[in-house]
Each structure stands twice: as structure tokens, then as C-alpha cells.
Design a protein around this ligand. Structure first.
Ligand code: AMP
Length: 231
């Protein structure tokens, strides 16, 4: 019987992984989950940036790849991850963010967790339709009358869709922002497809509808975690 399966047995620390394309609200949900569940957020991208800032050997190795927009080789990533997971704040549980990024990392992670008597509990994928992602990312809105620009999240107008100055109906300009956003989304999907498929085959993926008010998405996200603890 799995250590997750029965409330009377001691549980191994919770291990979650969070996926979601750029614009899905993954960052917001990650912050909520770690606070709510009192677990550590482990973001390999952030760990690499720290190493680069500190000028460590690992940081210098990783920087070459990061600067080229490529993935850092699995061995380097795994070594850094193992070290991070040994820290005391990970004892209560972890939310993995941006990791694993390749099927090989997912397999290495599974072996590593097994050695610690831990396991992946749930892989949460925040799903948002592509057109919504694009408009969230390339969300700049412009008043055709006076040229004032807004952003729904970063600089929202007082009344949705209308210019504060002259009440003009805000429009999205037909520039290349959407194309850039689309490229980022597609790169993400291509990169994560093999990992998400890996976990899907293991029945671990919970897809969360990322549309609607943030509180609703939070509720749905949290629900997938409780399912993993009783299932
Ligand atoms: P992120 O902030 O998650 O987008 O990561 C920034 C960069 O760090 C990525 O573009 C990769 O070069 C590198 N990186 C982060 N996580 C991983 C990972 N799990 N495997 C390989 N490279 C990674």
C-alpha cells in the first residue's frame, strides 16, 4: 500500500510539480500553493539564476546554456536539484516549478525520490486556451483616440476596456507582440510535452482549468492536491 493512501499511516512528504504555459498564472498559483500547504518551492530556473549571480562553477557552466536559451544538461540540473532537496525546508514537502523539463530528468527524479522513500504525488497542469494566453501575454491595450496604453494586470484602466482619459474603447494593437507570445507558448509546449506525457502515462496529471477568477483557479488547484493525498 502506498504511504499516501491511508490517513493512519505516516505519509512521506508531499511532492508536487506544477506546469503551465507562460500566461497561465502558474506563478500566482505556485505562490498560493506553497503558502497554503507550507511546503518549499523549488524552481530550477531560480536556482540557476542564484548560482549565476554568485559566480559559482555551476553557475558559470549553466550560464552558457541559459544565455543561448537552451536547457542546461540533465546531469548539471540533477546535481543541483539533489543538493536543493537535501535542505531542511524541503522535509515537509516541495512544489517543483520548472522541473523536470525532460523525460530523462523525470526518470532520474523518480529514482531519486524512491531512494528517499518519497514519490511524485501530483503533477498539476494549468490549462488555458492558446488565444487567451496570447492576449494575456501580449495584453497591452491602447486607446485609439489618445494613444494611452494599459495592461489588464499591470496597468489596468479604471473601467475595463475603456480609456481613463477620454472613455475611448481600448484596442489591442496589431503588432508583433502576439507573435512573440505565441512563440513562447509553443516553445513551452514543445519542451514540456514529453514530461507531461510521461506523468500522464503514470496517471499523475491533474489538469486544472486556468480560466476565471484567480480564487476559483486556486480552489480547483488545491482540490487536485487533496485528491492526491486520499487517492
Ligand atoms: P525558467 O526561469 O524556469 O524559465 O528557467 C530559465 C532557464 O534556466 C531555462 O531557459 C533553462 O536554460 C534553465 N533551466 C531551468 N530549469 C531547467 C531544467 N529543469 N532543466 C534544464 N534547464 C533548466
Amino acid at each position: 500500500m502506498s504511504p499516501q493512501s491511508n490517513g493512519s499511516e505516516p505519509r512521506s512528504p508531499l511532492t508536487l510539480a506544477l506546469f503551465g504555459p507562460p500566461g497561465s498564472g502558474k506563478g500566482t498559483q505556485a505562490a498560493f500553493l506553497v503558502e497554503q500547504l507550507k511546503i518549499a518551492q523549488v524552481s530550477t530556473g531560480e536556482l540557476f539564476r542564484q548560482e549565476v549571480r554568485r559566480g559559482t562553477r555551476l553557475g558559470r557552466q549553466a550560464k552558457e546554456y541559459i544565455d543561448r536559451g537552451e536547457l542546461v544538461p540533465d546531469e548539471i540540473t540533477m546535481a543541483m536539484f539533489r543538493e536543493r532537496l537535501a535542505k531542511s525546508d524541503c522535509a515537509a514537502g516541495v512544489l517543483l516549478d520548472g522541473f523536470p523539463r525532460t523525460a530523462a530528468q523525470a526518470e532520474a527524479l523518480a529514482a531519486f525520490l524512491r531512494g528517499l522513500d518519497r514519490q511524485m504525488d501530483r503533477v498539476i497542469y494549468i490549462k488555458v486556451p492558446q488565444d487567451v494566453l496570447v492576449s494575456r501575454l501580449s495584453g497591452r491595450l491602447t486607446c485609439p483616440e489618445c494613444g494611452t496604453t494599459y495592461h489588464p494586470e499591470l496597468a489596468p484602466p479604471r473601467r475595463a476596456g475603456l480609456c481613463d482619459r477620454d472613455g475611448g474603447r481600448l484596442v489591442q494593437r496589431d503588432d508583433d507582440a502576439a507573435e512573440t507570445a505565441l512563440r513562447r507558448i509553443n516553445v513551452y509546449k514543445e519542451q514540456t510535452a514529453s514530461v507531461v506525457d510521461y506523468y500522464r502515462n503514470l496517471g499523475l496529471v491533474a489538469e486544472v482549468d486556468g480560466l476565471g477568477p484567480i480564487e476559483d483557479v486556486r480552489g480547483r488547484t488545491l482540490a487536485t492536491v487533496s485528491q492526491s493525498r486520499v487517492g
